[in-house]
Design a protein around this ligand. Structure first.
Ligand SMILES: *[C@@H]1O[C@H](CO)[C@@H](O)[C@H](O)[C@H]1NC(C)=O
Ligand SMILES: *[C@@H]1O[C@H](CO)[C@@H](O)[C@H](O)[C@H]1NC(C)=O
Ligand SMILES: *[C@@H]1O[C@H](CO)[C@@H](O)[C@H](O)[C@H]1NC(C)=O
Ligand SMILES: *[C@@H]1O[C@H](CO)[C@@H](O)[C@H](O)[C@H]1NC(C)=O
Ligand SMILES: *[C@@H]1O[C@H](CO)[C@@H](O)[C@H](O)[C@H]1NC(C)=O
Ligand SMILES: *[C@@H]1O[C@H](CO)[C@@H](O)[C@H](O)[C@H]1NC(C)=O
Ligand SMILES: *[C@@H]1O[C@H](CO)[C@@H](O)[C@H](O)[C@H]1NC(C)=O
Length: 485
């Protein structure tokens, strides 16, 4: 009996819409020269989808490239040539609105196409899985004592496959969501088209807010599709060698495009100066930085910079402080109730690392422990402005035997230690309040990891490894492809 071997592939990790690439990047992307672009069909098999095939001058075209090196689907939208001249400001405004919706329509269609295709894999594989399980059960009953070893092997395989089923379920839900967006946008496009003809009574505010809300939902949907389960961590790349054995460094996942400022904090206590490097390149090549003095010294290495502010644990307390770099003011401080501090429930390496703040696709989190939870890890989702706890999860993992932890897509990943051979071995899913043991190697290049955090923008792990600042890429899987052997 041959067992379908699951080959999991990065299919739809992130959908990136790159709008202003028309003249420079697009030709190299599709290997063609701009002047030929309007002749959409032919030429680039499977990769280009000409949409709204009216007059090429006015049509919109979407190019969905092969996956890039990070497994992303890169979509390029080519705008029609500007032909109409605007009659008045309102015409222009309406046209922009329509354009926006059309832009969205294109991206949704591409998303939808991919989703449909991937869904076919998913459904097929799901059937196979379920079929295999049933068959196996029958066979098992019929041959209770027979060729036990062989069955054991198949059974192990089954156990391996079973957790994939909920992932598939979730995927199907995503596909439905995309379908719904598609309808909504089609409706909106239609009504905008009518309005454009009539140019009479319409309410910009209403239209605008509908567009904005659709955009938000689309973004949320894409983000969801971009999420997945951690299945691999690349080897470490050393970015810089500086500072003491303990510290933390990061970039802001919500920084505006082009802002790659690096934030750097040496040591785990008795320091309140945060270094700001202008860019990642500057950080790598120079020691040119500006310093920000925090109102209090920090504790541990669990700081995080998020949307222009640093969030940190005040030394010898369970206070969380939000400090805005732009205005150099403490915009909020709030006690994290019941959280142990001052080396009560530290990570295995010590260093007053009782409260670890982090950010993932879903927002701001605190990872700590309480007496109430017997020193086991507690995860709290925090409101980024009020610092109030939105929701908490109690795990069964002792805080002190965790090496470090980081959050990706609502799942907390915990390492087994800070020195020697290190791996990520425990995962707690806040979506389902369940945990599992996993086994993902984490290269510990310099033998002492005192900080490890995920950055959802870079899809990278930032680590402080014994006075070295290192980065790891992560592989997240969302869609599953099956391959028969
Ligand atoms: C684009 O194609 C035209 C004609 O096919 C050619 O004259 C021109 O040099 C090309 N431009 C580039 C940048 O390759
Ligand atoms: C639509 O996409 C084009 C690029 O293809 C861009 O120039 C334009 O600003 C976008 N329109 C809106 C309203 O976002
Ligand atoms: C789209 O429009 C049709 C007819 O106007 C309506 O029945 C349908 O509910 C609309 N769909 C959405 C998602 O708004
Ligand atoms: C250091 O940074 C400042 C401002 O960011 C800049 O003016 C200066 O030229 C830089 N110096 C060096 C040596 O890179
Ligand atoms: C980021 O900060 C800006 C203001 O500085 C605010 O408008 C925006 O909502 C914030 N975003 C998030 C996700 O907190
Ligand atoms: C929760 O998320 C994890 C990983 O992201 C996934 O494996 C699991 O199936 C999800 N569970 C539910 C109930 O959505
Ligand atoms: C992560 O992947 C990108 C793109 O492939 C690559 O440029 C970068 O060097 C990688 N970083 C690490 C830490 O492996």
């Amino acid at each position: 009996m041959s067992v379908p071997l699951l080959k999991i592939g990065v299919v739809l990790s992130t959908m990136a819409m790159i709008t202003n690439w028309m003249s420079q990047t697009l030709p190299s992307l599709v290997g063609l020269n701009t002047t030929k672009l309007t002749a959409a069909q032919g030429g680039y098999p499977d990769r280009s989808i000409g949409v709204l095939p009216a007059n090429p001058e006015e049509s919109w075209q979407v190019y969905s490239s092969a996956q890039d090196s990070e497994g992303r689907c890169v979509c390029t939208v080519v705008a029609p040539q500007q032909t109409m001249c605007s009659r008045d400001a309102r015409t222009k405004q309406l046209r922009q609105l329509l354009e926006k919706v059309q832009n969205m329509t294109q991206s949704i269609q591409v998303l939808d196409q991919r989703t449909q295709r991937d869904l076919q894999y998913v459904v097929k594989m799901e059937d196979q899985l379920r079929g295999l399980e049933t068959k196996f059960r029958q066979v098992e009953e019929n041959h209770k004592q027979n060729i036990a070893k062989q069955y054991k092997a198949i059974k192990a395989k089954m156990a391996e496959l079973r957790p994939l089923i909920p992932v598939l379920e979730e995927y199907k839900a995503d596909a439905r969501l995309v379908q719904q967006f598609k309808e909504e946008v089609q409706n909106l496009t239609a009504s905008l088209g009518l309005l454009q003809q009539e140019m009479g009574a319409y309410d910009y505010d209403d239209l605008h807010s509908r567009v904005v809300s659709l955009e938000e939902r689309l973004r949320a949907c894409m983000q969801k599709l971009a999420c997945g389960k951690l299945t691999g961590i690349s080897d470490a790349i050393t970015i810089k060698t500086s500072g003491s054995r303990f510290g933390s460094w990061m970039t802001d996942p919500l920084a505006p495009e082009g802002d790659t400022r690096v934030w750097y904090m040496d040591g785990y206590h008795n320091n309140r100066f945060v270094r700001e490097y202008k860019s990642m390149a500057d950080f790598m090549t120079s020691d040119n930085f500006t310093s920000h003095r925090l109102p209090h010294p920090w504790s541990g290495t669990g700081q995080v910079v998020y949307n222009g502010s640093i969030y940190f644990n005040k030394f010898q307390s369970n206070m969380i402080i939000k400090f805005d770099f732009k205005t150099s003011t403490m915009s909020k401080s709030q006690r994290l109730d019941n959280a142990g501090f001052s080396n009560t429930y530290h990570y295995a390496w010590g260093g007053h690392s009782d409260i670890d703040l982090m950010v993932d696709e879903g927002g701001l989190w605190a990872v700590y422990a309480t007496n109430q939870n017997a020193g086991n890890i507690v995860i709290s989702k925090l409101h980024p402005i009020t610092l109030h706890i939105i929701q908490s999860w109690t795990t069964n993992h002792p805080r002190r035997s965790a090496g470090e932890s980081f959050m990706i897509c609502g799942t907390l990943y915990v390492t087994n230690g800070y020195s020697g051979g290190t791996k990520v071995y425990y995962a707690y899913h806040t979506n389902s309040s369940t945990y599992e043991y996993i086994d993902i190697v984490l290269q510990n290049k310099y033998s002492h990891i005192s900080m490890l955090d995920y950055n959802p923008r870079d899809r990278a792990l930032y680590a402080w490894n014994n006075g070295h600042q290192v980065l790891y890429n992560v592989t997240l899987f969302h869609v599953i492809r099956s391959e028969q052997l």
